[in-house]
Design a protein around this ligand. Structure first.
Ligand SMILES: [Mn+2]
Length: 379
């Protein structure tokens, strides 16, 4: 994975000595800026007795790796004890395997008491994004994220939001490098894996910083561990959902709708959306399923000009919480006392609204796999 020579800086550009030691594909962002932010973060954490690094609910690899990386950074720059936590569950087998390889103790936020003097650091999520379990009334001291900035995010004392980055883990790598902290093999492996999955192997919403972080990390990773994570064995429930999706997926034009019924774990909906985005000619996937008492929606687009985050916010509106990037987004709608047939009808209604918003409501509905017309009913 040696970077091509021609990608290096042209003679006379502002390559420093430090950069030339790590190869030509180093972060473009001036090191001085990250260093400045780093000392600002250290100063803001100065009055804290301890820190709680919190990432989003049902964390994905980018969230898991970024949280572990930020905890390491804060511990080292501030010398205070750090706890890492998340809400929800880690369902996906690959993500469980990542946790095992990473070997960092993560706590479930539900069981934690947040003591006075605790600085809360949110990573890969923001206050008000609806996908984290930051207790109401708790302010975040640090907010590090690569999702588009929300209004509430500005309430953090230290806020660094870079929507042009493909992964939060790439931001963490820049901070670690600015602090001259060497991630150990486990952390480097997790950060690398987080960036690769989040960017579909540096293909989706990827910036130069994501490439530079990957190049920096790769020689520090354990390739066998990455293989174990990537090829983790999965429970049968995954195949039940794939089966359900294959049976029921239908399309209008280049938009595919995937009703998944009840999900074994929450991130299955995103996993299946990714799977269907691989189908030739598909530009959009809208997948939806039921987990506990909420509808989960995952949207994927196969075009860099897509506004998936805006689309899902527009369709879901006040009925739930929604957000995301250009090519990947999600939403959740909390339900009360609703029967499964009612949920199925709600999902059908939401799919119709997505079809209208995407301008394909006049296109014929076809089953994706069997080729028959009309959405496939139930299972
Ligand atoms: Mn992320």
């Amino acid at each position: 994975m040696r970077p091509p020579e021609e990608a290096g800086p042209a003679p006379g550009t502002d390559s420093t000595d430090a950069e030339s030691q790590t190869g030509p594909m180093t972060p473009r962002r001036p090191t001085a800026e990250v260093t400045e932010r780093l000392s600002e973060m250290r100063w803001i954490l100065g009055s804290a007795e301890r820190a709680l690094v919190l990432t989003h609910d049902n964390p994905d690899p980018d969230a898991i790796a970024s949280a572990a990386g930020l905890a390491f950074l804060i511990e080292r720059i501030s010398g205070i004890p750090v706890t890492v936590a998340f809400g929800g569950i880690i369902g996906r087998a690959e993500n469980r395997s990542l946790m095992e390889e990473l070997d960092v103790p993560f706590e479930r936020l539900e069981g934690l008491e947040i003591e006075p003097g605790t600085a809360i650091a949110l990573v890969d999520t923001q206050p008000g994004s609806g996908n984290n379990s930051l207790p109401a009334g708790q302010a975040a001291t640090v907010v590090l994220d690569h999702h588009p900035a929300r209004q509430d995010a500005a309430k953090g004392a230290f806020v660094d939001i870079r929507p042009d980055y493909g992964a939060s883990a790439s931001m963490i790598v820049e901070y670690l490098r600015a602090a001259r902290l060497e991630p150990d093999r486990k952390l480097a492996t997790a950060l690398f894996y987080g960036i690769q999955t989040e960017t579909m192997d540096l293909g989706r919403e990827t910036s130069e910083a994501d490439v530079a972080a990957s190049v920096f990390l790769y020689p520090r990773t354990d390739p066998a561990a990455i293989s174990r994570i990537r090829h983790a064995r999965v429970p049968r429930g995954v195949y039940r959902s794939i089966h359900e999706g294959l049976k029921r997926a239908w399309s209008r034009g280049d938009v595919v709708f995937v009703p998944l019924g009840r999900l074994e774990y929450p991130d299955l909906v995103a996993q299946l959306a990714d799977l269907f985005l691989k189908v030739h000619g598909v530009d959009w996937v809208i997948a939806a399923g039921l987990y506990q008492d909420r509808i989960l929606i995952s949207v994927r687009a196969y075009r860099p000009d897509a506004h998936a985050g805006q689309l899902v916010q527009q369709v879901v509106g006040e009925r739930g919480s929604a957000g995301g990037h250009g090519e990947m987004a999600g939403a959740r709608l909390d339900l009360e006392e609703v029967s499964e047939p009612q949920v199925e009808r709600m999902i059908e209604g939401l799919f119709d609204e997505f079809a209208t918003a995407l301008g394909v409501d006049d296109q014929p509905a076809e089953s994706l796999i069997s080729g028959s017309t009309g959405p496939v009913e139930g299972s």
